[in-house]
Design a protein around this ligand. Structure first.
Ligand code: NAD
Ligand code: UGA
Length: 483
């Protein structure tokens, strides 16, 4: 089957970049990305895209208006398409059975119903791009079959997305693999081949894996669980390092040079954030519990628990080090996004840190190169995220567009995101503008700690005990906790 039109339902972090790259690589295909949100679609059609991703703007501008379109006319896009991607959000349920664990599939179901009610004739391939529990493709197929008009036929495929924010465009241009899951039948195989032909415009065939829908859906959850588990593993070692005098970066390097383990995703941090790791692992935990696999559920739940522990440990260190009293003290938070090179703050560890410091009565000045003031206030006031009283947030929080202004008069700098620009600041200037003693809490291990201590800062970080103060006999004093 020749593909001439693709529709993508959901113009978010996945739908927007993925379809922009498809349009960029497949000039023979018309790609329309639709969304319920008029505001989001308006931004995709403007000079200020709704999301920041390195390289995205160039790709969008190159294809927009030619074979890439953003629209709120969902019905027309669905009707005209050969392939319909469902790229809507699948957040953690906040109500009912499975609350705080299961994935909320209401947006996926609404999209499936919309497709079934809209398509009038012909054959359509519906592609589940959103991350979903195992067997969701089956549910989508059941809905489509139950509502479809006479003469309409569907094949439902699973095609999970593995892009990471901040590197979405390079991930999409050079993916490690494309995973396509489908029905084990001739029609299923044909549909998988059709979708593979789209990716085949720029991805080598041997990188396109075709499997059953169930394996495909479960592999996506497994991939995120494995990645997050590595971070929790190294973060658990960071706690041991801080007590023993070992350095977690040295441990990560020693461990990661074993070719069976590999060096990636071993960067100790303040804890992982982002819209998916926690949500997908909690969903996995829920699935295991529903399958009566309690030991397996407990194993994966620990990955999230260690992540919570890491965020809490870091925040406690700030309060303890600042003499157990931060009420009324100005603290400067550098970075609010969940990682560098994105403006996304979903589940950002910075929100947790900020909230805990606010609970202790600190005054916060927050600087992030890509996160807007509105977003920061929304996160700190949102009832399901931080839930702080808006009047209190307004009184205690300022958002600065200049890092030097944010640091001025503060007792401590707290690095929550690993933005490259944080490495290059004029720290002697910052030090002289701060209250003394001036503290730095480097939650990302990106600063030159020796240089900072030479300037006069008291520095604390993750996974390494730093010996602030003058060295004795050429050596730093040993930590009291050391063996
Ligand atoms: P998002 O919230 O940024 O975007 C989802 C969009 O879908 C929103 O703009 C929303 O308005 C729209 N939408 C919801 N229901 C709709 C409907 N019925 N009709 C039309 N539009 C509708 O979400 P995202 O970050 O793009 O994630 C989408 C899915 O992809 C999730 O399942 C997520 O787990 C998965 N995923 C995300 C990433 C990532 O980096 N963000 C990576 C891989 C996979
Ligand atoms: C992650 C996966 O990497 C993608 O493959 C997946 O498609 C995506 O989730 C998803 O399903 O949404 P993303 O969350 O965008 O991508 O970003 P990551 O680079 O994985 O970082 C996640 C969090 O872990 C960030 O807070 C990051 O700072 C942290 N991290 C990452 C560490 O603390 N240490 C590391 O070594 C790596």
């Amino acid at each position: 089957m020749k593909v001439s039109k693709i529709c993508c339902i959901g113009a978010g972090y996945v739908g927007g970049p993925t379809c922009s790259v498809i349009a960029h690589k497949c000039p023979d295909i018309q790609v329309t990305v639709v969304d319920l949100s008029e505001q989001r679609v308006k931004e995709w059609n403007s000079d200020r895209l709704p999301i920041y991703e390195p390289g995205l703007a160039e790709i969008v501008v190159g294809s927009r208006g030619k074979n890439l379109h953003f629209s709120t006319d969902i019905a027309s896009a669905i009707r005209g398409a050969d392939i319909i991607f469902i790229s809507v959000n699948t957040p953690t349920k906040t109500y009912g059975h499975g609350k705080n664990k299961a994935a909320d599939l209401k947006f996926v179901e609404a999209a499936a119903r919309n497709i079934a009610e809209t398509v009038e004739t012909g054959f359509k391939i519906v592609v589940e791009k959103s991350t979903v529990p195992v067997k969701a493709a089956e549910s989508i197929a059941t809905i489509l079959k139950a509502i479809k008009r006479p003469g309409v036929t569907y094949q439902v495929l699973s095609n999970p997305e593995f892009l990471a924010e901040g590197s979405a465009i390079s991930d999409l241009l050079s993916p490690d693999r494309i995973l396509i899951g489908g029905e084990k039948s001739e029609d299923g195989a044909r549909a998988m081949e059709t979708l593979a032909s789209v990716y085949g415009h720029w991805v080598d065939r041997e990188k396109i894996l075709t499997v059953s829908s169930w394996s495909s859906e479960l592999s996506k959850l497994a991939a995120n669980a494995f990645l997050a588990q590595r971070i929790s593993s190294i973060n658990s070692f960071s706690a041991i390092c801080e007590r023993t005098g070992a350095d977690v970066n040295e441990v990560a390097k020693a461990v990661g040079t074993d070719s069976r383990i590999g060096p990636k995703f071993l960067q100790a941090s303040i804890g992982f954030g982002g819209s998916c790791f926690q949500k997908d692992i909690l969903n996995l935990v829920y699935i295991c519990e529903e399958l009566n696999l309690d030991e397996v559920a407990a194993y994966w739940k620990n990955v999230v628990d260690i992540n919570d522990y890491q965020k809490q440990r870091f925040t406690k260190k700030i309060v303890d080090t600042l003499f157990n009293t931060i009420a009324g003290k100005k603290i400067c938070i550098l970075g609010f996004a969940f990682k560098k090179d994105t403006g996304d703050t979903r589940e950002s560890a910075a929100i947790y840190v900020a909230k805990q410091l606010l609970d202790e009565g600190a005054k916060l000045s927050i600087y992030d190169p890509k996160v807007t003031r509105e977003q920061i206030f929304m996160d700190l006031e949102h009832p399901f995220i931080s839930g702080d009283d808006p009047a209190r947030v307004a009184k205690l929080v300022t958002v600065d567009t200049d890092p030097y202004a944010a640091a001025e008069g503060s007792h401590a700098l707290v690095v929550c995101t690993e933005w490259d620009e944080f490495r290059g600041y004029d720290y002697p200037r910052i030090y002289s503008s701060m209250e003394k003693p001036a503290f730095v809490f480097d939650g990302r291990r990106i600063l030159d700690h020796d240089a900072m201590m030479k300037i006069g800062f008291h520095v604390e970080t993750i996974g390494k005990k730093l010996y602030n103060g003058a060295p004795q006999n050429g050596y730093h004093t040993q930590p009291s906790e050391s063996f």
